[in-house]
Design a protein. Structure first.
Length: 285
């Protein structure tokens, strides 16, 4: 089964509420896939219920502009107090909107994987994910670029936490909705469901306890990958194989005395051999 940003439309709710997919698509284009959590960050600052114009302005602040048609559909889908008249119909239930944005884009298979991640990061169900919890459970030793030696462990960790910074200032903690939105952004980048499940499993150690960093990548990756890492990072560059030129290599390592044997032939028995040219041969018969 395949699903990503396009296959996100396989969600029934997202099919009925196309403006949700439009919000996610615009956020991915203008903020980046790994910054989708900022949608939840903006909306959670609002009280509930809140005016639809306030919701629209909050999205505009992060460069997400709703068309009039999508705006009307959002008001219709998440209106509160519609029974009290037109004024009530312009109020938006922000928790319901946030819940749809953080769950509707995922098919059940991916949603279950994200639920396991949230359960790992917030086992008590407090609704928040602290940085200490992220640091404790986020594992870089099985990151592809760490395994092949292209990047160091600390570089990958720093890049991960940089995703949760606004104007260079890191967030002290994330809400569960923000963490779900981050996972949705990653899901949009991964085409295969199996690959997304693997990312959730390896990134947050759903299958085993986290290994300590600094023990050496070779303990996890094996000798073959570690040798590839050595070539990429420049380790073992002082080996003679790298420092000796082609012309010099092997001259001294295979030295031997090639003096003629005492009773041997002078090894010149072919010197006076006449070359046969012309005439019929197997090549021109």
């Amino acid at each position: 089964m395949k699903s990503s940003m396009v296959a996100v439309s396989s969600s029934l709710e997202l099919t009925k509420k196309s403006f949700l997919a439009d919000i996610l698509r615009k956020a991915a284009e203008r903020l980046g896939h790994k910054q989708l959590w900022r949608i939840a960050n903006q909306l959670e600052r609002l009280s509930s219920p809140v005016s639809a114009d306030a919701v629209r302005d909050a999205l505009r602040d992060i460069s997400i502009f709703l068309s009039d048609e999508d705006y009307a559909h959002m008001c219709e889908a998440y209106a509160t107090g519609a029974a009290h008249g037109q004024q009530g119909a312009r109020m938006i239930d922000t928790p319901a909107l946030i819940h749809s944005l953080s769950t509707a884009p995922l098919i059940p298979r991916r949603k279950y994987a994200v639920d396991l991640v949230i359960r790992k990061l917030d086992p008590s169900g407090t609704g928040t994910v602290s940085y200490s919890s992220l640091s404790e459970h986020y594992d870089v030793l099985r990151h592809p670029e760490v395994r092949n030696g292209a990047r160091s462990e600390s570089d990958v960790v720093d890049a991960f936490f940089d995703n949760f910074a606004i104007d260079g200032s890191p967030m002290e903690q994330l809400t569960v909705a923000e963490m779900r939105m981050y996972c949705i952004g990653v899901s949009m980048l991964i085409k295969e469901d199996t690959d997304f499940e693997l990312w959730c499993t390896r990134a947050f150690c759903l299958d085993r306890p986290k290994l300590e960093q600094g023990k050496g990548v070779s303990e996890v990756t094996g000798s073959h990958t570690y040798s590839r890492q050595s070539r990429l990072l420049g380790e073992e560059r002082q080996h003679p194989l790298y420092t000796t030129t082609n012309g010099e290599y092997g001259k001294e390592s295979t030295s031997a005395d090639y003096s003629l044997p005492k009773y041997g032939l002078p090894q010149q028995f072919t010197r006076n051999l006449k070359g046969c040219t012309g005439g019929a041969t197997s090549m021109n018969m």
